[in-house]
Design a binder for this molecule. Structure first.
Ligand code: IPE
Ligand code: IPE
Ligand code: MG
Length: 238
């Protein structure tokens, strides 16, 4: 039984489009409001002891959206990075991107890489933006023929992405949509009807309070010392 602390929070920031539609606004207005919510939550997260925050900003399947929405989102990414650089440097936030870098616009890639370089010494919070991200693709890219079967640790090192403690999805949908599938093997899942642009520090606190009430067992029994079988033991059991 592990009553652990939420070190790595992952968020599927969903509901921007619905937020805009409810106000009779274009979808992009919802994404702009979503960007403001991201800045609020980035500022609040370290106060709750979170050291890694991974947010789903654009999935590899989101390329299916209309061209105008996609270019609006890519421009918003550059705006976000320009706006956030000062706050990142001031507040010790290291910003990095996970996902494919070869398909996003060149100017967005440059902005990401410049921000990564300038914020690399941030130690208070590691903010990871998932852009053109697919967990299945990330796993396929990390896998190599030399990866030994059952060697989870070696594969996890190649994936270079920590296990998730708590995964929040806003806007009522209850699915993972190809986000951090490996890393969320034992994540606590929290779904809220709140649309992402409305999500604030109080909503985050509510989610973390719920997380604190969960009992994480990782397959064991309450009170048991965790012992992982060796690869040999796992193989001989088959
Ligand atoms: C999430 O909001 C942001 C992205 C996927 C880029 P949506 O745009 O999916 O909002 P809904 O689900 O249509 O409300
Ligand atoms: C997941 O949301 C991706 C992001 C939040 C960036 P979607 O809105 O794209 O997911 P589905 O299509 O509802 O599963
Ligand atoms: Mg959506």
């Amino acid at each position: 039984m592990t009553q652990s602390h939420c070190t790595h929070l992952a968020i599927i920031m969903d509901g921007n489009g619905r937020w805009a539609e409810r106000r009779g606004l274009p979808r992009l207005a919802g994404h702009c409001a979503g960007e403001r919510a991201l800045r609020r939550i980035t500022a609040a997260a370290p106060n709750f002891g979170i050291s890694t925050l991974t947010v789903y900003a654009f999935s590899s399947d989101n390329w299916k959206r209309p061209a105008g929405e996609i270019s609006g989102l890519m421009n918003l990414l550059e705006t976000h990075l320009a706006r956030e650089l000062g706050a990142c440097l001031k507040n010790g936030v290291r910003l990095s991107m996970i996902g494919r870098r070869d398909r996003i616009p060149e100017t967005a890639r440059w902005a990401v890489e410049e921000t990564e370089r300038l914020t690399q010494n941030g130690r208070r919070l590691h903010l990871r933006l998932a852009i053109d991200y697919s967990s299945r693709d990330a796993m396929l890219a990390a896998w190599q023929p030399s990866c030994a079967p059952y060697d989870r640790q070696a594969f996890a090192e190649r994936l270079n992405s920590p296990d998730v403690d708590l995964l929040i999805r806003t806007a009522g949908e209850q699915r993972l949509s190809d986000f951090l599938l490996w890393e969320s093997a034992y994540a606590e899942l929290y779904f809220t009807p709140v649309l992402w642009p409305d999500f604030n520090a109080d909503d985050l606190e509510t989610a973390l309070e719920e997380f604190a009430r969960r009992v994480r067992r990782f397959g064991g029994l309450p009170g048991q010392t965790v012992r992982t079988p060796t690869a040999t033991a796992a193989e001989s059991a088959c």
